[in-house]
Design a protein around this ligand. Structure first.
Ligand code: AMP
Length: 501
């Protein structure tokens, strides 16, 4: 276990440093994955599944299918709806088996060559792979692979896995794949496709989610259950932490790739990332978020007239806050749904504009009122600062702000866009300073205990953590090899390919 040092590293590994492209944020990805085996229209189902998972990544998407003879792979920059509609994706990507991917990169240019599924002709046959998460030792492995003659085509950490599978000395494909999994660390869920198998895998701690579904005899894999609901499929079960699922014509097989350890699913899926109608770890994300708001109302009450959610992510918590406090819930901020998520915009300048493009004040409602705004989280403080100003400008008498999660003080290394320590508002300022910086009359955060209460968890302490809550506590459940090597100045000086699509 690695506990982050509270100091801000001088040269944070994931900061933008054009000279050290090996750790460029371009390489980071947050994503949604989907897979189908045994359905006539596998690619069309995959397109629908990806559409339901669009919130997990909006920059690029792709689908690979196998038709019994050949693999087909189509990858696009942009949204699923713009890329896989029109003519039937099943016609362009024929076959009974398919996998798909939505990509969400945090900064830098999105390149087509980083778009997944990645495909490779291995000694055992074709292999397509798509990945949600982030590997914490990918750069280190990559450095060794490159020294050994491997030629990389992308800057994605997923390609490291392809190389490891290709180079494994094991005989059977699935053993090669497991061999590769045992060399990587971090938070990941994979879907993979060979000419005979659909494969799913989840990291040993279950940091990133992956579920199994069934529909008319076909098996499905998806990042979240909302993708199963989209195509009217039945939820079968979650892929267990450290488990590899192999689906073939003969059925489904479960292989334990890692010994069982207490699981540590990422709590941020509940706070922000997952769609509210998904069931994660047996719990409704919507209900958990509402309970977060309920508890927030108890922990940080305020004398106000209206509870207003920051849409859409703050809505369930604001409802919980309003119900608990008995104060009216009103839509004081209207969201324009035709703009992508704020974070999708890579530069700070565009992000600043993005907030204005996205939210407007419902002036009539707000004028002269004491309002309390609820959002799911405060990361850099960009959204909250802009929104507080906007609501004040719209004539509110008082503007209070509440975060339905604890202060985010530590970066993420497992595939969620959480910037380096120095950019995190709560990592650098106390409550009073944050309140001033946001321009709010008061500011409040949910406590870590309150968050665990909302999760229905027994308790959270050093010996019994249950979730990976590293963004809030600095308790990282895996090795952080690349991060540590970077801070020790040991990162390799490799230059990536020029930006060719
Ligand atoms: P910030 O403006 O930097 O404080 O970010 C907070 C806003 O971004 C909130 O409205 C959240 O709903 C949203 N948010 C929180 N975490 C993430 C994330 N990992 N990726 C994208 N958006 C996020």
């Amino acid at each position: 276990m690695f506990i982050a040092k509270p100091q801000t590293p001088k040269n944070p590994a994931y900061d933008i440093d054009p000279k050290s492209l090996i750790l460029s944020p371009k390489i980071r990805e947050e994503c949604g994955v989907f897979g189908v085996f045994g359905a006539a229209n596998a690619a069309a189902l995959t397109a629908l599944g990806l559409h339901a998972l669009q919130h997990r990544g909006q920059e690029a998407c792709g689908i690979a299918s196998f038709d019994g003879k050949k693999f087909h792979n189509e990858r696009h920059l942009g949204l699923v709806g713009d890329s896989f509609t029109g003519d039937d994706p099943g016609e362009r990507l024929p076959g009974h088996a398919a996998i798909g991917h939505n990509r969400y990169s945090t900064a830098g240019k999105t390149l087509l060559r980083n778009t997944q599924p990645l495909f490779s002709d291995l000694a055992t046959g074709g292999f397509a792979i798509a990945h949600n998460g982030h590997l914490t030792n990918a750069y280190h492995l990559r450095e060794n692979l490159v020294k050994d003659g491997a030629i990389f085509q992308s800057t994605s950490d997923t390609e490291v896995v392809l190389h490891l599978v290709a180079r494994s000395r094991r005989i059977k494909f699935i053993d090669k794949f497991i061999d590769a999994l045992r060399q990587i660390d971090g938070g990941f869920s994979f879907v993979g496709l060979t000419n005979k198998k659909l494969i799913g895998a989840r990291d040993r701690l279950g940091i990133r989610p992956l579920v199994i579904g069934k529909k008319d005899g076909a098996y499905l894999l998806a990042s979240e259950t909302c993708a199963l609901d989209m195509i009217d499929a039945e939820f079968f079960r979650e892929v267990e932490p450290g488990e590899v699922v192999v689906i073939t014509k003969s059925g489904i097989e479960f292989i334990r790739a890692f010994p069982k350890t207490p699981q540590r699913p990422c709590i941020f899926e509940f706070v922000y990332f997952a769609r509210p109608d998904s069931i994660v770890g047996g719990q409704s994300v919507y209900e958990v978020r509402k309970r977060m708001g309920q508890r927030l109302a108890r922990e940080t009450p305020a004398d106000i007239d209206l509870v207003i959610p920051v849409p859409d992510s703050g809505v369930p918590a604001a409802l919980g806050f309003a119900q608990e406090s008995g104060i009216p819930f009103e839509l004081g901020i209207i969201r324009n749904h035709y703009v992508g998520r704020t974070f999708i915009q890579p530069t700070q300048q565009i992000r600043d504009i993005g907030v204005r493009l996205k939210h407007s004040a419902n002036r009539n409602l707000i004028k002269g009122k004491r309002v309390l705004l609820v959002d799911d989280s405060i990361v850099r403080g960009t959204t909250s600062r802009k929104i507080v100003r906007m609501i004040r400008d719209a004539g509110a008498k008082e503007v209070h702000f509440r975060s339905a999660s604890p202060p985010i003080k530590h970066p993420d290394f497992y595939g969620i866009d959480m910037p380096s320590t120095e950019k995190l508002l709560a990592a650098n300022h106390d409550l009073d300073t944050m309140t001033q910086l946001l321009g709010a009359d008061s500011l409040g955060f949910l406590s870590v205990e309150g968050m665990y209460w909302a999760m229905g968890a027994e308790r959270r302490d050093e010996t019994y953590p249950q979730f990976s809550d590293h963004c809030f506590t600095g308790d990282y459940p895996t090795s952080l090899i690349d991060y540590e090597r970077k801070n020790q100045g040991k990162d390799p000086q490799m230059s990536f390919l020029v930006e060719v699509a």
